[in-house]
Design a binder for this molecule. Structure first.
Ligand code: PLP
Length: 242
């Protein structure tokens, strides 16, 4: 079922209000938090409705699914964020059509993107993805235990030093879904500590962005420091094409 444009608009405004309230609760400036509306599995008319309502950042997980949408909405001033795991044979699509890549998870992929971007003479803002919950199904560098963080530094350093066309801005995490707000908060705080650890290790790079929080938990993520939240179903409804 696709939601009608009025409902999508109301949902969008309600999420903006919740972002605003969560920011105020935690003494943060609401303008420092950005909303990526996750449009995977949603048809063009739903996406157009949320863009007409004011959405500026859109998130997709699969390049092939995103391309027709990017094309159909090219007259709107929107930024497309690739938020899903990227197979390296599709790196070119992301380098060409997306404005941000939030799920960089290996040196190999970084170097492939670097080659393509340097040919295009283009820099791409990226976030490094970390797996903070230890789930096998999730991608990202494994970062469940802070004791293993130092072992990640050499790969991150390699990316920072050898990929000048990747504009590293921070990190992204997708913690395990949990009904327990206390646990969710712990995963978000853990993500923030990891970001702070990287910022101390590489003070010359930029680590300002912390992308975390989805429909079920974005207010908590904001209270724990998220600068980007990625919200789909709370705005666009259940995905008609999962
Ligand atoms: C699908 C997805 C989201 C959004 O999830 P919703 O439940 O629709 O809010 C956020 N981040 C990633 C990486 C996703 O794959």
């Amino acid at each position: 079922m696709v939601l009608d444009a009025l409902t999508i608009r109301q949902n969008y405004l309600k999420v903006l209000e919740q972002i605003y309230q969560a920011a105020l609760r935690s003494g943060r400036d609401p303008s420092q938090i950005r909303l990526v509306v996750v449009t995977k599995g949603q048809p063009i008319e739903a996406i157009r409705a949320v863009v007409e309502a004011g959405a500026k950042l859109l998130g997709e997980n699969y390049p092939e699914e995103a391309l027709p949408k990017i094309e159909a909405l090219q007259d709107y001033p929107v930024e497309w964020h690739m938020i899903g795991h990227l197979q390296s044979r599709k790196a070119k699509l992301v380098a060409q059509y997306f404005d941000w890549f939030e799920a960089l998870d290996s040196v190999r992929l970084a170097q492939k993107l670097e080659r393509i971007l340097s040919e295009q003479g283009r820099r791409l803002p990226v976030l490094l993805e970390f797996n903070v919950g230890g789930e096998e199904s999730k991608s990202g560098w494994k970062a469940e235990s802070s004791e293993t963080w130092p072992a990640l530094l050499s790969e991150i350093e390699l990316i920072l030093n050898t990929c000048p066309h990747l504009d590293v801005r921070g990190i992204m995490t997708m913690p395990p879904l949990t009904e327990d707000p206390h646990r969710a908060r712990q995963y978000f705080a853990h993500s923030r500590h990891l970001r702070d650890f990287l910022a101390r290790a590489f003070p010359n790079a930029s680590w300002g962005e912390l992308s975390m929080g989805t429909s079920v938990d974005f207010p908590l993520a904001i209270e724990e420091g998220a600068t980007i939240v990625r919200v789909g179903q709370a705005i666009l409804g259940p995905r008609p094409y999962p």
